[in-house]
Design a protein around this ligand. Structure first.
Ligand SMILES: [Fe+2]
Ligand SMILES: [Fe+2]
Length: 456
């Protein structure tokens, strides 16, 4: 039997055509990678604009998972012809995420991200599963099936915080966000942009933008708010001090061998919960670094989620030890000062000053707490310490890169020294501006902690 001759057409076809089926799926994976990357970069702007601690924690978790999706897509995509070796994001994807971050009201922005963009991403992943070959592209399919399950869970997890304009909130767990503006018109606005793309993967017929369409983010460039949102919680400048009638953490007590270990445990849980300030100011760095290597955003996303978990340690444990969280003021000082600094300066202060400088005191605190035979407290502090060691390593690794993005050419050591000095100057201007929301008799202070500890 003689095979039909295809010599003529095969020889004249470009070699790339042989891999057309692979290249088409790699093209879709590349778009999905860019969408997850941009979600990571821009959904972080929601974190300091919403007030509920549990919503902040959830957003940090979702951002971390999205960064993970992007990383897996990049890894699998690079096995396939046509994914490309670069990591840049095309303008048509970038501008929709810039637009999503644009609303001044963080809850309107939240509704857009989760009511429009995340469902569109889920639809895109489902389209990928339909479009690809179940056996030939099995490695991608297994990843995408996982991502579909993650996206479905994200939708369920965020639903209690959304009102209108997208997913229907679960009535049992619904919490009304502090906004009276209807997000519906914003959702229509974002949906119009997606319709122009035909969905992220072009899986639907395109509906071109109307002639009178106007982009909000080009009219009003996004800026971080001057302070972070803590919702219903009372606020102050700092929870650290020397007067036991004023602040919950009394610095000399942390080091004083005569301090009861139960007092130190309460104070360190306050300290951990207030790492929410690190959550809020670190979240500002992503949006400001659109051309960063993806691995930098990946490590920042991990760092962010670690800080959110550290804060959650305090948020979960303090009520168990008798603390009414409505008496604990949230410290806004670091966000309020750092927002006036550049991203490399923010990142340098965080990793080279606050984190690098916290180890000796935390080591002493851990030794004291071991006296209590409180296995959970020991565990939380051990993981905190391990995470913080990683954060300082991230700092050494990435600070030169972030400096480079902003044209900073000084040696790292000189830059850090100058930044520490600038931080002192800016603290004199912008620091200590948040008065105590509660009078001393109503707020958690060192002396109140003494009483709580004695009752344990
Ligand atoms: Fe931390
Ligand atoms: Fe940290």
């Amino acid at each position: 039997m003689v095979a039909p001759s295809t010599t003529t057409s095969a020889a004249s076809a470009p070699a790339a055509n042989r891999l057309a089926a692979v290249q088409e799926m790699a093209r879709l994976q590349r778009i999905l990678f860019e969408v997850e990357r941009e979600f990571t970069r821009t959904a972080t702007t929601l974190i300091y604009r919403v007030g509920e601690p549990e919503l902040k924690y959830l957003l940090c978790q979702h951002v971390w998972e999205s960064a993970g999706h992007a990383r897996f897509l990049r890894e699998r995509g690079r096995e396939m012809s046509g994914f490309g070796s670069g990591e840049s994001v095309r303008d048509s994807i970038r501008r929709i995420f810039n637009e999503a971050a644009a609303p001044a009201d963080g809850y309107i922005a939240l509704a857009g991200f989760y009511g429009v963009l995340k469902p569109a991403l889920l639809a895109a992943y489902r389209h990928y599963l339909e479009a690809t070959h179940h056996l030939a592209d099995w490695p991608s399919r297994k990843l995408v099936e996982e991502f579909v399950a993650d996206e479905e869970r994200h939708a369920r997890e965020i639903a209690p915080y959304l009102v209108g304009g997208g997913l229907s909130p679960d009535s049992s767990g619904h919490k009304a966000p502090p906004t009276t503006q209807a997000p519906a018109s914003w959702s229509i606005h974002l949906s119009t942009i997606l319709a122009d793309l035909g969905g992220f993967l072009g899986e639907r017929p395109r509906i071109p933008l109307p002639a009178d369409f106007s982009w909000k983010h080009t009219q009003r460039p996004y800026t971080h708010p001057p302070t972070c949102n803590r919702g219903k919680y009372p606020t102050c400048s700092s929870v650290f001090g020397h007067d036991a009638d004023e602040t919950p953490i009394v610095r000399p007590w942390l080091e004083d061998p005569k301090t009861d270990a139960r007092v130190i445990r309460l104070m360190v849980y306050v300290w951990l919960m207030m790492e929410m300030d690190a959550v809020d100011y670190l979240a500002t760095v992503f949006y400001d670094t659109p051309t960063a290597p993806f691995d930098l955003h990946f490590d920042l996303a991990r760092h962010l989620w670690d800080e959110s978990r550290h804060s959650e340690f305090g948020y979960r444990q303090l009520p168990k030890l008798g603390v009414d969280l409505m008496t604990l003021e949230h410290s806004l000082e670091l966000y309020n000062v750092l927002v006036h600094m550049t991203p490399p300066e923010r990142y340098a202060m965080m990793t080279m000053e606050f984190e690098a400088g916290s180890f000796p005191t935390k080591a002493h605190v851990m030794d004291r707490i071991r006296e209590l035979n409180d296995f959970e407290a020991d565990t939380l502090l051990a993981f905190d310490r391990n995470d913080e060691q990683n954060h300082v390593r991230y700092g050494h690794h990435w600070l030169p890169t972030i400096m480079g993005l902003f044209g900073e050419t000084r040696p790292v050591e000189d830059f850090v020294k100058a930044t520490q000095e600038k931080f002192r100057q800016l603290t004199a201007i912008h620091g200590n501006k948040t008065p105590h929301a509660l009078p001393p008799e109503k707020r958690l202070t060192g002396n109140k902690i003494l009483k709580l500890a004695a009752a344990q």
